[in-house]
Ligand binder design. Structure first.
Ligand code: KPL
Length: 300
């Protein structure tokens, strides 16, 4: 299979290094930054269980060097999806399956009516970018991939092939017939954890202590009310799930806190912002989320 991973961030580097290490595939990593792509010098460093592994991966900033591929794993931030799709054009044709992996739900808006196949990915893989090209695999959570609309025949086969590849490479992956409910389940976890950790400047586990816990629960319950109003059935109790993620990733610095610390644009619009936008359309009050948005915008 010919595969392109787009975005040398934490998740993109983890996928590229893991696929290249395990499977005999035609794999490329596409960066938008030509200077960084050159500096990476066709290799990634993967820190796994305390060991450093050098993974040779072809890295380029020009998608024309790659040409059409069977599978694209799109691992850029939500706000960069539209631009990434333009740059990725030479990779994409009627036979390509694109699987975007982003936090939030904003990216779903730009994934309609595209002339290639699009599934959606939701992953609980833990990855931290230690420096450009150097990624630490922090924990192996489940990855789910699925189509928003039911598919069959060769389109479904492409998804099966992608799931098989990820599983062979050690990224436990399931095909989900109801990916939207998993997208929302992950959204509500990020709604509860990301902004609050960034505001309080604390690791995820600290949200289990009062008064942060109450605020986290309120933010998640507002999100659950919006999901209900949209008719989305969540796969598990979102409050219990969010608290479990706080326990499982207690020492983790959320991606939003990492962005605030680095002075980078946060994903507040893709997460709490997108939730508040849906809530406005449905007349569901989300005052706790609106306050979180205001506070993050003051920080950034
Ligand atoms: O997805 C995450 C993030 O930081 O973006 C969680 C699950 C909150 C882990 O930190």
């Amino acid at each position: 299979m010919k595969i392109a991973v787009i975005g040398p961030g934490a998740l993109g580097s983890l996928f590229a290094a893991g696929i290249n290490r395990t499977a005999d595939q035609d794999l490329w990593l596409l960066d938008h930054d030509a200077q960084r792509a050159a500096r990476l010098d066709n290799k990634l460093l993967l820190n796994e269980n305390g060991q450093e592994l050098v993974c040779p991966v072809r890295i380029t900033a020009d998608a024309r060097n790659i040409g059409p591929v069977d599978l694209v794993l799109l691992c850029v931030k939500s706000a960069d999806v539209a631009d990434a799709l333009v740059r990725a054009r030479p990779l994409l044709n009627v036979n390509t399956l694109l699987i975007p992996f982003q936090n939030g739900i904003r990216h779903l808006d730009v994934l309609h009516d595209l002339p290639f196949h699009v599934a959606i990915g939701v992953t609980a893989q833990g990855a931290t970018l230690l420096s450009p090209g150097h990624v630490r695999h922090g924990g192996s959570g489940l990855t789910r991939i699925g189509f928003l609309e039911p598919q069959s025949g060769p389109t479904l086969k492409r998804l099966n092939n992608a799931a098989h590849l990820l599983n062979v490479c050690g990224f436990k992956t399931e095909i989900s017939p109801d990916i939207l409910s998993h997208i929302w389940a992950k959204l509500l976890i990020n709604v509860g954890i990301n902004a609050l950790t960034a505001i309080l400047n604390c690791p995820n586990g600290d949200l289990l202590k009062e008064p942060a816990r109450t605020r986290m629960v309120e933010a998640v319950l507002e999100g659950a009310a919006v999901a209900k109003a949209l008719g989305i059935e969540l796969p598990t109790d979102p409050v219990a799930m969010t608290q479990q993620v706080c326990r499982d990733t207690a020492a983790n610095i959320s991606s939003m806190l990492q962005d605030v610390r680095r002075g980078k644009t946060t994903e507040i619009e893709a997460i709490n912002g997108a939730l508040a936008a849906e809530a406005r359309k449905l007349n569901v009050p989300v005052p706790v989320n609106e306050e979180l948005i205001r506070q993050i915008k003051k920080l950034a």
